[in-house]
Design a protein. Structure first.
Length: 59
């Protein structure tokens, strides 16, 4: 349970950084993708979402 909370907080930090970097010069999309990757380790619905995105990219 504690690891899930830690992953949620750590991923949220990267989401916030990614959103800030979207409007300022920087790799905002990279941070957003990284945070989704972090969250997918503990949250299965995000893992399914990332799988769907990967399939769309392959098409």
């Amino acid at each position: 349970m504690i690891s899930k909370v830690f992953v949620a907080i750590f991923g949220s930090i990267f989401i916030i950084l990614g959103l800030i970097l979207l409007v300022t010069p920087g790799p905002g999309l990279v941070f957003l993708a990284f945070s989704l990757g972090i969250w997918s380790t503990k949250f299965p619905f995000i893992k399914r979402y990332l799988k769907m995105i990967k399939e769309k990219i392959k098409e």
